[in-house]
Design a protein around this ligand. Structure first.
Ligand SMILES: [Zn+2]
Ligand SMILES: [Zn+2]
Length: 261
């Protein structure tokens, strides 16, 4: 059995056939899905999915791309109430995705940092794990996390693609790393090297669907059932079996996100 620890099931790309996508994942041995919130609205929709399906969990976050929009929510009393009500859910397993993205810089850096800290505060208060998005922002991401947390035992760097130095520091502090199907891309040479290096007990699987489809589906929509191709690639890179990768990464995700209660 596999777990897709990071997908965006609430996105409009799934509006036409969401239930079929969810079913296809289950038919392909995907035991649990975590629908990751990327805004308040997206977190609300993700909770609705988690309420509807036993095997779907959700997280609450604000993607750095739209960090600037977070202010709007705080000023809207209805949205604010809805936002606060998310935290009482038993299906809430993480805070995120949150973090810093200096690659696309769609929100001002200062606001990205402020929102990142705000959500880390929520994670600490609720004793939840944190799903971190970090792109071309390693120094600031590390500095903020180091300032806010004593260790990184409750942090997962999703769609990890950092430098060796950043990896070493985060690994040393106990972080987890999740990988998407971008490890199947022929030009992902460094990333493949990193996957070989990281012990399996620090790895979790994700799709980040609808984005980042596996190599054989490039140009198409990604979906959670393809998480098996991520497992396959990791098995290949680490010279081990698909079953070993499934078993260990599933155990990791169940423990990290406390999926079994
Ligand atoms: Zn992300
Ligand atoms: Zn994502």
């Amino acid at each position: 059995m596999l777990i897709d620890t990071h997908c965006h099931l609430d996105f409009p790309q799934f509006d036409e056939d969401r239930e079929a996508v969810i079913k296809r994942a289950a038919d392909n041995k995907v035991k649990y899905l975590i629908s990751v919130g990327s805004s308040i609205e997206s977190s609300i929709k993700s909770k609705e999915l988690a309420d509807k399906f036993d095997h779907i969990f959700f997280s609450v976050g604000q993607h750095p791309h739209c960090a600037e929009k977070f202010d709007k929510y705080k000023k809207d009393p209805v949205l604010k109430r809805q936002f606060e009500s998310l935290f009482g859910s038993k299906k809430l397993v993480a805070i995120g995705e949150v973090g810093l993205d200096y690659y696309r810089n769609l929100s001002a850096k200062d606001i990205q940092k402020e929102i990142f800290r705000y959500f880390i505060g929520i994670a600490k208060k609720l004793n939840l794990v944190l799903i971190v998005h970090c792109r071309e922002s390693e120094d600031d991401t590390y500095a903020i996390l180091k300032d806010e947390l004593t260790d990184f035992g409750k942090v997962v760097f999703h769609c990890f693609s950092g430098t060796q130095d950043f990896f070493d520091k985060c690994f040393g502090l106990g972080a987890m790393f999740s990988f998407t199907a971008n490890i199947t891309y022929p030009n992902a040479v460094k990333l493949k090297e990193l996957v070989r290096e990281i012990p399996l007990d620090r790895i979790m699987l994700e799709t980040d669907s609808p984005y980042l489809p596996p190599q054989k589906y490039r140009g198409q929509r990604n979906e959670p059932s393809y998480v098996q191709l991520v497992a396959q690639e990791i098995a290949l890179l680490k010279n081990t079996t698909f079953d070993e990768v499934s078993e260990v990464t599933t155990r990791n995700a169940e423990r990290f996100f406390k999926l079994n209660g």
